[in-house]
Ligand binder design. Structure first.
Ligand code: ASP
Ligand code: MG
Length: 404
């Protein structure tokens, strides 16, 4: 029998009605002849609520206890989904991450999966029972409960699909798939029937919020076909799969924007070997993720270095850089918090020149100034003033003919 992993996000299990609708769908899938493993997120905004509660109680939140708290959210969902299935006459059993055999490292609140030993799930399947697994959690090599980082249920689902050699992994959410851009910004954005893993990785990394980045990496590395679709309409959504070498790839598939980063600039840094190394070493030692980097050509032996970091890491980045300012004899540290990154993604870019020129011309026509640029073989990103980002997205979506 084909095996499908079905993951239901927070909005898909937000209340009793939604949970019953999920159970209906699982029952339907089984009647159609597929074996099903279900993975659930916490109901609605439960995880945010638990985090707020922790903040209210204490400023000191040991990772071990935070994880114990947060994993409760998914446990509520899994038990309720099993009850709703029982009501429909479908045998189901819930499993925590630990019971499902998800082994992680000890890095609380952002643990990485080391290994999956799904023997209890395979036994349940063999007995005709639907396993319902709590997403976002595992058990560490120290036998403590861990979580996989926000949005981690996607990763649970994909990892289980890989371990169980499922035929596909369906990610149910409140949107009907992956779009050519955010439909809230551009109402005529088009649902993409299919994107490659590489494109999806770039989309997830540059502000497309449909799938957690790590789950896409996992799916690509383990060749798990993903189907992102709506649990409100149940219509077919977007397939995320290997690139089909026999097909012409779209030059541009999607436009994304992301205001989650800020820009720091060190001015008049002496232009000699080792300076950039010590700057980025200092940031790395603070485990700060640097994204874009621009160094200008030097004048009179000094240069400016700009780089971007996640907004949440600004205080730490500022501190790490300020200490260095004196050491490297730079003149000052400038911080620009009102920036956003606008990106074009498309697998066909690899073989079609001219996309960059069209992108820059379009931004110029809109009077949008480009502050920084970064590229990959299938992506071009420009850092722009945050207030110009939506205008840039609309114009680019239009010029590359992405509308539905
Ligand atoms: N409940 C967790 C979160 O909100 C995990 C997930 O939904 O994927 O981040
Ligand atoms: Mg979620």
């Amino acid at each position: 029998m084909p095996l499908v992993v079905q993951k239901f996000g927070g909005t898909s299990v937000a209340d009793a009605d939604r949970i019953r609708a999920v159970a209906d769908h699982v029952a339907r899938t089984r009647r159609a002849g597929d074996d099903v493993v279900v993975v659930v997120s916490a109901m609605g905004k439960t995880t945010d609520g638990l985090l707020r509660l922790a903040d209210d109680v204490s400023a000191t939140q040991p990772g071990r206890e935070l994880d114990m708290l947060l994993t409760a959210g998914e446990r509520i969902s899994m038990a309720l989904v099993c009850m709703a299935l029982a009501e429909l006459g479908v045998a189901a059993a819930s499993f925590t991450g630990s019971q499902a055999g998800i082994l992680t490292d000890t890095d609380h609140t952002k643990a990485k999966i080391l290994e999956i030993r799904p023997s209890r799930l395979t036994a349940a399947l063999a007995a005709g029972t639907v396993p319902v697994v709590a997403g976002f959690q595992g058990v560490s090599t120290d036998h403590d409960v861990t979580t996989l980082g926000r949005g981690g249920s996607d990763t649970t689902a994909v990892a289980l699909a890989a371990a169980l050699q499922a035929d596909r992994c369906e990610i149910y959410t409140d949107v009907s798939g992956v779009f050519s851009t955010d439909p809230r910004v551009v109402p005529n954005a088009r649902r993409l029937p299919r994107v490659s893993f590489e494109e999806m990785l770039e989309i997830a990394a540059t502000g497309g919020r449909v799938l957690a980045l790590r789950s896409v990496e996992f799916a690509r590395n383990h060749h798990v076909p993903l189907h992102v679709r709506s649990s409100f309409t149940w219509e077919p959504g977007t397939w995320v799969t290997e690139e089909d070498p026999t097909m012409e790839q779209p030059i541009v598939s999607a436009v994304t924007s992301d205001a989650s980063e800020v820009k720091l600039t060190l001015t008049r840094v002496p232009d000699r070997p080792g300076i950039a190394a010590s700057l980025f070493r200092a940031l790395a030692d603070e485990t700060i993720n640097v994204d874009m980097i621009v160094q200008n050509t030097s004048h009179d032996g000094t240069t400016d270095i700009s780089f971007t970091v996640p907004r949440a890491e600004l205080p730490r980045a500022k501190k790490a850089t300020a200490d260095l300012l004196v050491q490297v004899e730079a003149s000052e540290l400038l911080v620009d918090e009102s920036v956003a990154q606008v990106s074009l993604i498309g697998a066909g870019m690899k073989t079609h020149p001219g996309v960059t020129a069209t992108m820059f011309e379009t931004l110029a026509k809109e009077g949008v100034n480009i502050q920084m640029i970064s590229t990959s073989p299938i992506r071009i990103s420009c850092m722009v003033e945050v207030d110009a980002a939506e205008r840039a997205v609309r114009a680019l979506h239009d010029v590359f003919g992405l509308a539905g």
